[in-house]
Design a protein around this ligand. Structure first.
Ligand code: NDP
Length: 246
């Protein structure tokens, strides 16, 4: 049976755990050959590679911190020279949720370095290598435009930057047949935001569907945006949040 992403080569930044791992599994299950990065979770990454192989897919894990510009540049070059590049997913990211007055230098720098600079670098290194029909998908957050709690200012700012990047890039890439879109999850059950964490009940009370999202739900949207069927969706940010930010 023909698979939607057969013959495509994908690169997922931050794929070892959480939303990124679900994206790796999903793209591989649809036939893409996937390379993904991790920063520190080597065991989880190796486990995922085995899981994908057991399901008949192809995934390869590489330790590259998205804040390391040179490593990222070399990785993109390596992937592109081993069969081209069709799908790029900038998922690596995270944040420290605290009021601005309580955020230390390291936390602020890390959010900017990974969420903004790491995304810009991944995308700019990848673009020249991408074929027509290519797909760039960034993982932003509804925090770019909806912040019901205090403590989200810097994290939200970094994700708003990603939304702007995508909007501007659409004009540059559209003529080459490449689309670029930003997926903005609301609360999704992962290590970073567990559905049984201290803020979970309060968050759930703000979500009209009454539950956190799953990593598979986000991965489904990413897989759709990565497919040929999504060729007219370009330069937009799509919320996937059960109505949380409505
Ligand atoms: P997790 O913390 O569960 O997983 C993050 C993944 O990204 C891990 O695989 C981690 O690798 C990787 N990663 C983080 N920083 C880097 C880095 N510098 N270089 C390479 N890989 C990195 O987070 P989530 O799955 O929850 O989040 C994934 C994305 O979704 C993030 O961009 C986040 O901001 C966004 N998001 C999440 C929401 C949620 O509620 N969960 C809501 C909205 C957006 P390693 O394990 O090796 O550190």
């Amino acid at each position: 049976m023909h698979q939607a992403l057969e013959g495509k080569q994908a690169l997922v930044a931050g794929g070892g755990r959480g939303i990124g791992a679900a994206i790796v599994e999903r793209l591989a299950s649809e036939g893409a050959k996937v390379t993904f990065t991790y920063a520190s979770s080597q065991n989880a990454a190796e486990q995922l590679v085995k899981q994908v192989a057991a399901a008949g897919g192809r995934a390869h894990a590489v330790p590259v911190d998205s804040a390391d510009r040179q490593q990222l540049r070399e990785l993109v070059q390596d992937v592109a020279s081993s069969g081209g590049l069709d799908i790029v997913v900038a998922n690596a990211g995270g944040g420290v949720i605290k009021p601005l007055s309580e955020l230390d230098d390291a936390a602020i720098d890390r959010m900017i370095d990974v969420n903004i600079r790491g995304t810009v670098d991944l995308v700019r290194f990848a673009i020249p290598q991408m074929r027509s029909g290519g797909r760039v998908v960034t993982i932003g957050s509804v925090s770019a435009h909806y912040m019901p709690d205090d403590g989200t200012s810097v994290y939200g700012m970094t994700k708003a930057a990603v939304a702007s990047l995508v909007q501007g890039l659409a004009r540059e890439l559209g003529p080459r047949g490449i689309t670029v879109n930003n997926v903005q999850p609301g609360p999704v059950d992962t290590d970073a935001n567990p559905a049984d964490g201290p803020a979970a009940d309060w968050l759930r009370s703000l979500i009209p569907v009454g539950r956190f999202g799953t990593t598979d739900e986000v991965a489904s949207l990413v897989a759709y945006l990565a497919s040929d069927a999504a060729s007219l969706i370009n330069g937009t940010s799509i919320d996937i949040d059960g109505g949380y930010s409505s």
